[in-house]
Write a protein that binds this ligand. Structure first.
Ligand SMILES: *Cc1c(COP(=O)(O)O)cnc(C)c1O
Length: 388
């Protein structure tokens, strides 16, 4: 029997890497119902608390009433409807780019862009901690694949020197498992110096960073010339679903013509675009969500430091606590759960070997009291962990 699945599954379990899906029985929010019990949750990417916002829900309902439910066909056939088009225009204005293309998910967007831009004979350069979808896209493209040390300009420069063909330099904006920021101005300068294009996937920066939620490029004030390829996802701060690529007219037209993951898939439901138009409006105009979030981040970091916890260099709602061993990370996550608090333990291969962690995420929907409850619970875990 060649497919020994039982052995693979047993090995996964033995390595403390077995995955289980918590069953969510409520909408996203600070307090959720999971597997029949209520928890205070710090594990969602709904950073602005928009996934269950009444105005966004209402927009989706009205969108479904007006446009029906299914996308019906691919964008190039008969699936590109008015709400999709309006959302593309609104996102182009929001990002200050000539044009935007809407895709059905961030994973798909990254596959679409990278495979359309580079191929055999070209080079794609990755930060070592880039999101899995970017790495997979690089492999699928057939381009030469090179990973530089995390945020390390020297390591990047060495690899840029050796790169051949068209060079695509790819990075997360906010790193999804660490919460730290890519050094975009320096990366943009390096890219220019080596005639490479910089592609930024700012899935976790949009909504959270920048004065109007424009993400890391707004934070640093970078233009299309600096960052020719900008990717954002809609399932995180926007609270809905899908993704977009922003850039020049030529870039977007190239994707429409050549990006297979764009061409050969059904468009997402138009009602989702209606909902995203509503959440984009809230994201841009309700600056208090970002301010409140920043206050919670500061409160959490202060409290965690006072407890002697090992924080990472993260100014974002992603506040990981590195545990190291996967089993121990699971154990601490279970201790929190016993106290009514839900925090995911993130293990390899999602993060590098030996760096299993609690990935705590804060959202604008949390209150200061709830963050204090988390800190109190962590204090108890730490004591138990130290006693082991
Ligand atoms: C979540 C994420 C994606 C995938 O986006 P989906 O819309 O969930 O498919 C891509 N890149 C990064 C950096 C992400 O964090």
């Amino acid at each position: 029997m060649s497919f020994d699945l039982a052995a693979r599954l047993a090995a996964r379990r033995a390595d403390n890497l077995y995955r289980q899906r918590p069953l969510l029985q409520s909408p996203q929010g600070p307090v959720v119902q999971v597997d029949g019990q209520e928890y205070l949750a710090f594990s969602s990417n709904d950073y602005l608390g928009l996934a269950n916002h009444p105005q966004v829900v209402e927009a989706m309902q009205q969108g479904a009433a007006r446009w029906g439910v299914g996308g019906g066909a691919s964008h190039l056939v008969i699936g590109h409807s008015e709400p999709h088009h309006q959302l593309e225009q609104a996102l182009a204005e929001f990002t200050g780019r000539e044009r935007v293309l809407l895709l059905s998910s961030g994973y798909i967007a990254n596959l679409a862009v990278i495979t359309a831009l580079v191929g055999k004979g070209d080079s794609v350069l990755h930060d070592r901690l880039n999101h899995a979808s970017l790495l997979d896209a690089g492999l699928l493209s057939g381009a030469r694949f090179s990973r530089y040390l995390h945020n390390d300009l020297n390591s990047l420069q060495q690899r840029l020197h050796k790169a051949q063909g068209n060079r695509l330099l790819v990075t997360d904006g906010v790193f999804s498992m660490d919460g730290d920021l890519a050094h975009l101005p320096e990366l943009a300068a390096q890219a220019k110096a080596h005639n490479a294009w910089l592609m930024v996937d700012d899935a976790h920066g949009f909504g959270v960073l920048g004065n109007t939620g424009g993400g890391l490029v707004e934070h640093y004030g970078l233009s299309t010339e600096d960052v020719p390829v900008l990717v954002g996802t809609l399932g995180k701060s926007f609270g809905t679903s899908g993704a977009f690529v922003a850039g020049s007219e030529e870039l977007i037209e190239t994707l429409i013509q050549f990006a297979r993951p764009y061409i050969y898939t059904t468009s997402s439901p138009p009602a989702v675009a209606c909902a995203t138009l509503a959440s984009l409006h809230l994201l841009q105009t309700e600056h208090w969500r970002r301010e409140h979030l920043q206050q919670l981040i500061a409160q959490f970091r202060q409290g965690a430091q006072a407890l002697g916890l090992n924080l990472m260099d993260s100014p974002t709602p992603i506040q990981p606590i590195i545990i190291g061993d996967s089993g121990k990370a699971m154990a601490i996550s279970a201790q929190l759960r016993a106290q009514g608090i839900l925090v995911g333990a993130i293990r390899p291969p999602t993060v590098p070997a030996g760096s299993a962690r609690l990935r705590i995420t804060l959202t604008a929907a949390h209150s200061s009291e709830q963050v204090q409850r988390l800190l109190d619970a962590l204090a108890l875990c730490q004591l138990e962990a130290a006693d082991e």
